[in-house]
Design a protein around this ligand. Structure first.
Ligand code: ADP
Ligand code: MG
Length: 681
């Protein structure tokens, strides 16, 4: 059973597995802490065995046999001076039959269970009784399929011997906050002694954990503070309102058929104040779906254009970017400004013309997809970059946004309809200033949400006819099919056909992600003009689509969607003055989590409340889409449970930066290892 030297390809795959866990540098291994511990430092006897207990016992095989029915397994009777148990293997090698010959002595370890023939251990760990017992508890590390604990342990042991574990914090600080030293903390977490408090270690309240969490929070606060400082040191041209004429922003306001809400006025003022500074704006504009962010973006753009500069609006999908264009272009035109569209799908001559206009500055407002940050796009003089739903862009795009693309670092405004609870925003977006539109345009009726079992599909379809007869329009959202895009597409096509047959006389349209941009636009346009009454759609309509006459939405298999997504979808209706309905069709039986989500949707349509519940359900990492977005998340500290430590870390970060910048740097380096670039994204 000795392991053979591993082949190069095997070794490579072990490295890949480790990387999947985020483990590449020695320091990564040092900071890879156990999820639990096993006590193998002592032996127990069979007399204390009770179901559920983990035991390590030494004894002798009395007898063993391979049983073939009802299925093949290996069983052995095993005894010590105090009693007998069964050992059992459902899969086994011939060598294990040898191992379990009567009379052999072994040390076995595992969980006791109640079996048919009394107490048993299934698949116990077997080792020689002559091996010395370990003197510290055995750590169990987070791992991944195919990666043995032993391999991780070996890497960690090596790392613990090579990495400099000396404290980054001055002794006075360590003492003042009542912390353990870093080295002590690391040692306890990886190699706790038999007397250490296992319960505290496993629920992460042990002082060793506190030290690690505090260090992590401090590193985060430090790097956020540095990012902010760096930004303030950069120069951006202040964009001031004109003094000798009416500003474009005021002209646009006069042109709009509505008045800004109080919240819109407030955030516009916040943005305009930022733009007047001599360092780049870095502001996040949050507003629930339908709260009216586009006009705020337009008013920000006007300020840039008023200063002879260009403004760009970028969105992650073609549909979303186009919705912006359809709104912004007429506004720009009304003021005599030139607004240009740019996407990857443009025909070559059209694209060439757009690029030329962007390069010479004739295009004052540019709207598009990520084509805007691709090479070949040169702005004449970009003053403001507006990015919608930034979290949906990939990491590299986010990085290039903060870096060289878009003409260095002009003022940046990011917009998001995914409201991030304030506490979370403070922790993770410390470098962003946040503006919130917390008020809806007047006259909107709340959307009525109904939960309907899929068994009542026929009635739901009949209901569509009513909606249309009353002059409204309908979205029918097809279910997510996680395992396959092709399947999802098929479902959409089938649903389209089914509804066409069920609703003769009504025009039923179809839009999905695989359609060409031009086809999508055409369908959306026909829906907008009212030619299409019922639009079957995949989740391509999730964000940004604005058809005020749409008054009903049906979401099939609503239980498969996440809360944020459901909320975004529902936001597509209730945009006009019509009373709107959102039907969440579900397929019973529902999991507890699905129930929680649907209940939340039924109970509230306040985006912030939904976000709060979503956060509760999923935790901050998943909530923010950590992995895709590359946000540097807290691995150990819990931003809510450890909130008081966040405050302390913030205070200390400020002091260290002022009084001990070297210490601050060293601390960041230990914890971030160059990853802080992501924090700017
Ligand atoms: P979102 O924040 O979801 O991007 P939009 O900017 O698309 O919202 O605005 C939703 C709809 O509300 C649009 O039709 C827009 O013209 C309209 N709207 C925006 N602000 C106001 C307002 N103050 N009063 C009335 N309607 C408004
Ligand atoms: Mg929008």
């Amino acid at each position: 059973m000795r392991s053979k030297p591993s082949s190069p390809s095997k070794r490579r795959s072990a490295t890949t597995l480790l990387e999947r866990l985020g483990l590449s540098t020695p320091l990564d291994f040092v900071l890879h802490f156990p999820i639990r511990y096993e006590d193998q430092t002592s032996l127990q006897t069979i007399s204390v065995a009770t179901p559920g207990r983990h035991l390590q016992i030494e004894g002798e095989v009395v007898s063993s046999e391979v049983i073939y029915r009802p299925r093949k397994y290996l069983t052995a009777q095993f005894r010590d001076n105090t009693g007998t148990i069964q050992l059992r293997w459902l899969n086994f090698y011939p060598s294990q039959i040898q191992q379990m010959q009567a009379g052999k002595r072994w040390r076995v370890r595992g969980e006791i269970r109640a079996g048919y023939q009394g107490l048993e251990m299934v698949h116990p760990k077997v080792s020689s009784p002559s091996q010395p017992l370990p003197t510290s508890l055995t750590p169990v590390y987070p791992s991944t399929e195919g990666l043995a604990q032993r391999a991780i342990r070996q890497h960690i042991e090596t790392a613990l011997q090579t990495v400099d574990l000396s404290d980054t914090l001055p002794p006075a600080v360590v003492q003042a906050y009542g912390l353990l030293s870093f080295e002590q903390a690391v040692d306890i977490l990886h190699r706790p002694k038999p007397g250490d408090d296992l319960v505290c270690l496993e629920d992460r309240t042990h002082p060793a954990w506190l030290r690690v969490k505090f260090d992590e929070l401090l590193a985060q606060q430090l790097s956020l503070a540095y990012a902010r400082e760096q930004r303030r040191e950069r120069r951006a041209e202040p964009l001031l309102p004109p003094t000798d004429r009416i500003s474009l922003a005021d002209k646009l306001l006069a042109h709009l058929p509505f008045q800004l809400t109080g919240a819109q006025q407030r955030v516009v003022a916040e943005i305009h104040a930022d733009l007047a500074q001599s360092y780049p704006m870095h502001r996040l504009l949050q507003g629930d779906v339908g709260s009216g962010k586009t006009v705020v973006a337009a008013l920000a753009a006007m300020r840039a254009i008023d200063n002879g500069k260009q403004a760009a609006v970028m969105a992650p999908t073609e549909i979303l970017a186009e919705q912006h264009f359809l709104k912004l272009e007429p506004w720009a035109r009304a003021l005599g400004l030139r607004c240009v569209w740019l996407s990857a799908g443009l025909r070559a001559p059209v694209k060439r013309k757009a690029l030329a206009e962007i390069a010479c500055g004739q295009a004052q407002l540019v709207v598009g997809t990520q084509a805007l940050i691709q090479s070949g796009v040169e702005f004449h003089d970009l003053g403001l970059a507006i990015v919608d739903e930034q979290h949906r862009f990939g990491v590299s795009q986010r990085l290039s946004l903060g870096g060289k693309a878009l003409g260095g670092l002009p003022h940046q405004l990011t917009m998001s309809a995914t409201p991030i609870p304030r506490s979370l925003a403070m922790t993770f977006f410390g470098d962003l200033d946040v503006s919130v539109i917390d008020e809806r345009p007047p006259g909107r009726l709340p959307v009525k949400t109904k939960l309907v079992s899929a068994s009542r599909r026929t009635q739901v379809i009949e209901g569509l006819r009513d909606s249309v007869n009353k002059g409204g329009q309908v979205y029918w959202v097809c279910p997510l099919v996680e395992e396959s895009e092709a399947l999802q597409l098929q479902t959409a096509v089938d649903t389209h056909e089914m509804l066409r047959q069920a609703l003769p006389g009504l025009t039923v349209g179809l839009v999905h992600g695989r359609m060409s941009a031009a086809d999508k636009t055409e369908v959306m346009q026909r829906f907008k003009t009212g030619e299409i009454s019922v639009l079957v759609a995949t989740t391509v309509i999730e964000v940004g689509v604005d058809v005020p006459n749409a008054s009903q939405m049906v979401i099939e298999h609503a239980e498969r969607f996440g809360l944020a997504q459901l909320h975004q979808l529902r936001g597509r209706v209730g945009r006009g003055t019509r009373e709107s309905v959102c039907v969440l069709m579900y397929e019973p039986p529902l999991s507890a989590e699905a129930k929680y989500r649907l209940k939340a949707m039924y109970e509230t349509d306040d985006g912030f409340e939904i976000a709060r519940r979503d956060l509760q359900l999923r935790g901050p990492g998943e909530f923010l889409g950590a992995r895709q977005s590359g946000l540097s998340l807290l691995r150990f500290a819990d931003f809510e449970a450890d909130a008081h430590w966040v405050t302390r870390a913030k205070e200390l970060a400020q002091r260290l930066r002022q009084e001990y910048p070297d210490i601050a740097r060293r601390h960041i380096n230990r914890w971030m290892q160059g990853r802080e670039a992501y924090l700017n994204g």
